[in-house]
Ligand binder design. Structure first.
Ligand code: SF4
Length: 304
């Protein structure tokens, strides 16, 4: 099995203590069963602290679902005030559970290759993805597996016809999205087909689950009569929006180009409605609230 990723992927570095919007707060970190067993078998005072920071909830499975109990301010109990992680400092990166080790990376498992990406919920990944001006290209990268991902379980096989079709369509869409012979607004109309207007997108956003009040404030300012296409062709934003479209197409191969275009236009709606908010802040809020929630993506799909 080989792994491939966009050419910016190997350049990603977590900025840890310098991060203003750490991913170690405001969402519960699920602890995978292998790491949970490791924590249960560790010895020493720090191991006791780890164990006393974990709860196991009954999710109907034989093992239950373990996660760290967030502090009242929403931060992970292992996160220090200076933004560093006590668990890494005491036990090294190998002690991290899978979610912490991988984030903000995501993986699409194809039959014969693993596609790796970094996501727009991370403030260090956003400028890398959206500011990339060298074209979208896939390169070979080391296989993921730092956190006990058992690659022996991933059996390489020939893709079937449907998978080949889906990924060919996705790759064609990425080429079309990157073709600057047409304005970005035209590329989006061509790829997305019949798209919602801003009012309908706002209705859908209101139905989704939100993690932060900031996000609710951002989308609540949307004017249903605004035209989000104007912002796509604004030279100030066109590279970022083109890269965002390519990112959505790359990340959601099975969901198709319509979803990618609607997600892009949701961000564009928010940018028009919030002229004093930085684009990267809007993107980060959108990604952590909407895009990183499988339920929200499923809900948007169901409305399409
Ligand atoms: S959001 Fe990104 S940069 Fe910030 S702590 Fe998480 S991985 Fe690191």
């Amino acid at each position: 099995m080989r792994a491939i990723a966009p050419s910016y992927y190997p350049m990603f570095r977590c900025i840890a203590g310098a991060c203003r919007h750490t991913c170690c707060a405001n969402w519960e970190v699920d602890i995978d069963p292998e790491t949970y067993d490791k924590y249960m078998n560790m010895s020493g005072a720090f191991a006791e602290r780890i164990r006393s920071s974990i709860v196991v909830e009954d999710d109907g499975s034989s093992t239950g679902e373990a996660h760290f109990v967030l502090r009242p301010d929403g931060r992970c109990p292992m996160l220090r005030d200076d933004g560093l992680c006590d668990l890494i400092l005491a036990c090294g990166e190998k002690a991290l559970c899978r979610v912490c080790d991988e984030h903000p990376r995501f993986f699409n498992y194809r039959s014969d290759v693993i596609e790796c990406g970094i996501g727009l919920s991370c403030e260090a990944a956003i400028p890398l993805i959206l500011g990339w001006d060298k074209g979208f290209e896939m390169v070979d990268v080391p296989l993921p597996g730092g956190a006990d991902l058992d690659l022996d379980d991933v059996i390489e096989e020939e893709p079937d016809e449907l998978e080949i079709e889906v990924y060919e369509a996705r790759d064609n869409a990425i080429r079309a999205a990157s073709d600057r012979s047409a304005a970005l607004s035209e590329r989006v109309r061509m790829l997305g087909g019949p798209l919602w207007d801003s009012g309908r997108r706002l209705e859908v956003m209101k139905k989704l689950e939100s993690l932060s009040q900031e996000w609710v404030s951002i989308y609540s300012r949307i004017d249903a009569a605004a035209d989000p296409f104007t912002v796509l062709d604004d030279p100030q934003y066109s590279l970022q929006f083109e890269n965002m479209l390519v990112y959505f197409l790359f990340r959601y191969p099975w969901e198709g180009a319509r979803l990618a275009c609607e997600l892009l236009l949701m961000v564009a709606d928010c940018v028009i409605a919030n002229p004093s908010v930085d684009l990267f802040d809007i993107v980060r809020e959108f990604s952590s609230n909407v895009e990183y929630s499988d339920c929200n993506i499923d809900d948007i799909q169901s409305f399409l």
